[in-house]
Write a protein that binds this ligand. Structure first.
Ligand SMILES: [Zn+2]
Length: 195
């Protein structure tokens, strides 16, 4: 929770969000059930009629979008929102996803010999300076949220974050959403709330 909570605080800080200062990252961010880790549900409506649809696969991470402002109104992140890195690391892949692009970052501090930990920042537009091989410092700005208005989707722009353990020998070209969503693969999805 320590990394995730401070990550939310950092998003609020660098974007000057109108979020209550006393509670940054602590109850001011709002998550529908379908936005949470391993939720089977969608939090958007595909058919314009209220109905809780199921996702094709359980949610591989957490979706970050809604927060309460100082007047207790619900606000959304928008496509100007800058996305920082949650930890130090190195970009090992950049791939497309269904709303934008994803940056795959190898986290430095995996304690297990056989496994690496990667952070996947999805539905974003990477900064032009961010390429495969770029070393990142925690809090460095890596992207903004991808604009979804030009593609046919009922999903508002938002940040998806996944944290995944993968075998050390996994070829980096495999590190994309076909791989992350395939439960046959030997990967271990980690709940970002508990990092
Ligand atoms: Zn998501």
């Amino acid at each position: 929770m320590r990394i995730f909570r401070s990550y939310l605080e950092k998003i609020a800080e660098i974007n000057n969000l109108d979020i209550a200062a006393s509670d940054k990252g602590n109850g001011k961010w709002m998550f529908h059930h379908g936005m949470l880790f391993l939720s089977p549900y969608k939090w958007w409506q595909d058919r314009g009629v209220y109905k809780i649809d199921k996702r094709k696969t359980a949610h591989e991470g957490i979706d970050i979008l809604f927060f309460k402002n100082k007047n207790k109104q619900i606000q959304k992140l928008n496509t100007d929102t800058l996305i920082p890195a949650a930890t130090n690391g190195k970009i090992i892949n950049i791939c497309d996803d269904f709303l934008g692009q994803s940056i795959v970052v190898l986290h430095n501090s995996s304690s297990q010999e056989e496994l690496d930990i990667i952070f996947v920042y999805a539905h974003i537009l990477p900064e032009s300076s961010m390429t495969i091989g770029t070393n990142l410092r925690q809090d460095e700005i890596i992207a903004s949220i991808a604009d979804t208005s030009k593609i046919k989707t009922p999903l508002p722009p938002h940040l998806h974050l996944s944290v995944i353990e993968i075998p050390k020998n996994t070829p980096v070209k495999h590190l994309n959403w076909n791989f992350f969503s395939n439960r046959e693969n030997k990967i271990n999805l980690i709940n970002p709330l508990f990092i």
